[in-house]
Design a protein around this ligand. Structure first.
Ligand code: ADP
Length: 584
C-alpha cells in the first residue's frame, strides 16, 4: 500500500517516520536561517548579561575611588553599545525565525494539499471535509506559530539559562550552586509540564476539528437544514461542539495555570542573594560581585516568564504536526501504478465475476457482463441495487474484492491509473461545478482547450444556447459568486466536459432528477451524440434512453437478474418488466 494515487514531484522530500523527524526535515532545509536563530539567541543572552557585569565593575571602582566619573561614563557607554548591538541581533534572529515559520507553513500545507488530492475515495469517504479543512488551515498555522514565536522563544530563553551558569563560577565557584539548582528544577518542571500539557493540546486540536466538521456539514447541507426547519437543532449541535472545545481549552488552561516556574525562581533568587551575601560577609567576594551575581540571576526571569506561553505553543504545534502527518501518511488501498499498462483505449469492458462491498457491506455479488468497443449498455435496477457502484469500479474509484474488471482485456489494476482515468469519463448523478467561469468548468478535464474547442463541445452538448443567455456568456461565474444552474443545465455542461476530453468509455449516471420534456429531448440528443464512437454506460431511469441501448443489464440487490436487449428482456425477465412498469 502507498499513501497516494498520484504524487507531486518536488525538489524536496520529507521524512515521515515521526512528527518530529517530519518537522525537522522541513526545517533543516533552512539551515542558514537556523544558524541565524541560534547565533542571535546566544549573542542576545551574552549581551543581556553584560549590564550586570559592567554594573558590578562600576560598583567596585566607585567604592574604591568615588571620584572616577570617567569610568562611570565608560560603563554607561559600553552598556549602550552592547544593548544596541543586542537590539540589531534580535531583529536578525526574529527575522530568521519568522522566515522559517512561514516557510514551514507554506511547505507543509503544500505537501498536505498534494497528498489530499492523491488520496483514494475510500479515504475521502471516511474523513469529513470539515476536519480535513481544519487540519489543512488551522493545524498547519499552529505549526508556523510553534516555530515562531514558540521555538524561537525556547531557544532564546535556553540561552538565557546558560549565561548565569557560565558567568557565576568565574566570580566564585560556590556561586554556581544557585544557577545549577534552578536549571535542574527548570528542566524537571518543564518536562512534567509538557507531559501533562500534550494530551490537553491534542484534545484542543481534535475538538477544533470536530467543531469545524459540524460547521462545514451544516453549511454544506444548509438547504436540507432549512427545508426540514432544523436551524434551531443545528445551532444546538454546534453549541454542543463549541462547549466540548471549550472544555478542552479549560483543561489546557488549568495545566498552564500550574506552571510553577515563577515560584521556583523566587525561591532560588532569594537563596542566591543569601549565598552571595554570605560569601561577601566572609570576604570572599566584593560588593560589585554581589551586584553582578544577583543581576545575572535576573536573567532567569526571561525563560521563566515566556516558558509558559512558549511551551504551550510548542506543544500545540506538535499536536498539530501529528494530526497533519497522520493524514499525509495514511495508506490508501489504491496506488498510481506508474509504469502500468498505458495504451490508447479501445473501449472493451468486461466484468468478470465481480464481488464488492463497502466496508463489509456486500454491494455487488458475482457480477459478470461484457461490452464491445463502441456499444451502449444501460444498467437498470431499483435504487440501491448497486448501479453507481458498477460505474465506480470501472475507473478504480474503488477496487473489487474479488473477480476482475477488464478494460481492453487488461485488469484495471494493471493499468497506469492516470492513463485509465484519462480515457474514461464519468458524469455523476451529483454533478459538481467549480466556482469558476462556465468556460473553465467545461475545460476542466482538458485545461489547454481553446475557446473554439470549448464552444464546439458546448454545441454538441446542447448547452451553447443557454450559456449565451447568461449575462457574460462563457465567462459567467458559476456558484457562490455567480449563476446557479438547473439539473438539466448542469448535466449538459458535464456532457460538454466529456466531449472535450473525448474519452473511450463514457459513463453517465443519471438516475436522478425529473426534467421537463423539452430539456429531456435536448439531453437525449446530446447523449446520442456523445455515445457515438465510444463505449457508453448509461445508468438511467429514462425509457427513451434504455430502449436503444445495445444491451441492458438488470441489477437486483447487487446481483445480475437479467441481461439482454429491450425486446428480449420484456419477454424473458420478470424483474425487467417490473422495473419497466415502475419507470412508466
Ligand atoms: P444505485 O446506484 O443502484 O442506487 P449504489 O451503487 O449507489 O446504488 O449503492 C448500492 C449500495 O451501496 C447502497 O446500499 C448504498 O447505500 C451503498 N453505498 C453506496 N455508496 C457507498 C459508500 N461510499 N459507502 C458505503 N456504502 C455505499
Amino acid at each position: 500500500m502507498t499513501t497516494a494515487e498520484f504524487t507531486v514531484q518536488r525538489s524536496w522530500k520529507s521524512d515521515r517516520r515521526s512528527p518530529l523527524l517530519w518537522l525537522w526535515s522541513h526545517i533543516r532545509r533552512n539551515w542558514i536561517w537556523i544558524f541565524g536563530v541560534f547565533f542571535g539567541a546566544l549573542a542576545n543572552a551574552l549581551l543581556a548579561g553584560a549590564p550586570a557585569v559592567l554594573a558590578g565593575q562600576a560598583f567596585d571602582t566607585l567604592l574604591a575611588d568615588p571620584s572616577s566619573t570617567t569610568f562611570l561614563l565608560r560603563t554607561a557607554f559600553l552598556i549602550a553599545i552592547t544593548q544596541i548591538t543586542r537590539g540589531l541581533l534580535q531583529v536578525a534572529r526574529n527575522f530568521s525565525a519568522e522566515l522559517i515559520g512561514q516557510r514551514l507553513e507554506r511547505d507543509t500545507r503544500d505537501e498536505m494539499y498534494g497528498s489530499l488530492m492523491g488520496k483514494s475515495m475510500q479515504f475521502h469517504d471516511s474523513h469529513p471535509a470539515g476536519d480535513l479543512m481544519a487540519r489543512a488551515t488551522n493545524d498547519v498555522r499552529e505549526m508556523n506559530l510553534m516555530f515562531n514565536p514558540g521555538l524561537n522563544l525556547v531557544v532564546g530563553s535556553a540561552s538565557f539559562l546558560l549565561v548565569p551558569l557560565i558567568a557565576a563560577p568565574r566570580i566564585n565557584p560556590w556561586l554556581v550552586l544557585a544557577p545549577i539548582a534552578y536549571l535542574l528544577l527548570y528542566i524537571i518542571e518543564t518536562w512534567r509540564y509538557l507531559r501533562e500539557l500534550n494530551p490537553a493540546t491534542r484534545s484542543v486540536r481534535e475538538e477544533f476539528g470536530n467543531m469545524n466538521t459540524t460547521l462545514a456539514e451544516a453549511i454544506d447541507g444548509i438547504e436540507t437544514v432549512k427545508g426540514a426547519a432544523q436551524e434551531l437543532r443545528e445551532t444546538d449541535r454546534f453549541r454542543r461542539s463549541l462547549a466540548t472545545w471549550r472544555t478542552a481549552f479549560i483543561w489546557q488552561g488549568d495545566i498552564e495555570a500550574k506552571f510553577i516556574h515563577l515560584l521556583l525562581l523566587g525561591l532560588v533568587q532569594t537563596a542566591a542573594l543569601a549565598l552571595s551575601l554570605f560569601l561577601y560577609e566572609r570576604g570572599q567576594i566584593s560588593v560589585g560581585d554581589v551586584v553582578t551575581y544577583n543581576g545575572l540571576m535576573l536573567l532567569f526571569g526571561f525563560p521563566t516568564f515566556v516558558g509558559q506561553f512558549a511551551y504551550s505553543q510548542v506543544s500545540s504545534g506538535l499536536s498539530s504536526a501529528r494530526r497533519v502527518l497522520e493524514i499525509i501518511d495514511e495508506k490508501t488501498a489504491l496506488d498510481e501504478n506508474v509504469g502500468g499498462y498505458d495504451q490508447p483505449m479501445r473501449g472493451a469492458l468486461v466484468f468478470d465475476n465481480v464481488t464488492f462491498s463497502y466496508a463489509g457491506m456486500p454491494t455487488l455479488e458475482n457480477v459478470s457482463f461484457s461490452v464491445q468497443p463502441g456499444q451502449t449498455i444501460a444498467i437498470v435496477g431499483q435504487t440501491g441495487a448497486g448501479k453507481s457502484t458498477v460505474a465506480k469500479l470501472i475507473n478504480r474509484i474503488y477496487d473489487v474484492n474479488s473477480g476482475r474488471v477488464l478494460v481492453d482485456g487488461v485488469d484495471v489494476r494493471d493499468w497506469d491509473l492516470a492513463a485509465l482515468r484519462r480515457q474514461i469519463s464519468i458524469i455523476e448523478q451529483d454533478i459538481f461545478l467549480f466556482s469558476r467561469s462556465v468556460s473553465d468548468n467545461i475545460a476542466f478535464g482538458c485545461q489547454d482547450a481553446d475557446r473554439d474547442e470549448v464552444e464546439a463541445a458546448a454545441h454538441k452538448a446542447q448547452a451553447h444556447e443557454f450559456i449565451l443567455n447568461f449575462r457574460d456568456g462563457y465567462e459567467t461565474e458559476i456558484g457562490e459568486r455567480g449563476v446557479t444552474l438547473s439539473g438539466g443545465q448542469r448535466q449538459r455542461l458535464a456532457l460538454a466536459r466529456a466531449f472535450l476530453t473525448d474519452p473511450q468509455i463514457l459513463i453517465l449516471d443519471d438516475s436522478t432528477s425529473a426534467i421537463d420534456s423539452a430539456t429531456e429531448d435536448r439531453i437525449q440528443r446530446a447523449i446520442e451524440e456523445a455515445s457515438r464512437g465510444r463505449t457508453t454506460i448509461l445508468i438511467t431511469h429514462r425509457l427513451s434512453q434504455i430502449r436503444w441501448a445495445d444491451q441492458i443489464v438488470v441489477l437486483k440487490k447487487g446481483r445480475i437478474a437479467a441481461i439482454g436487449t429491450h425486446e428480449d428482456l420484456l419477454q424473458q425477465s420478470e424483474a425487467y418488466r417490473n422495473i419497466f412498469a415502475s419507470y412508466e
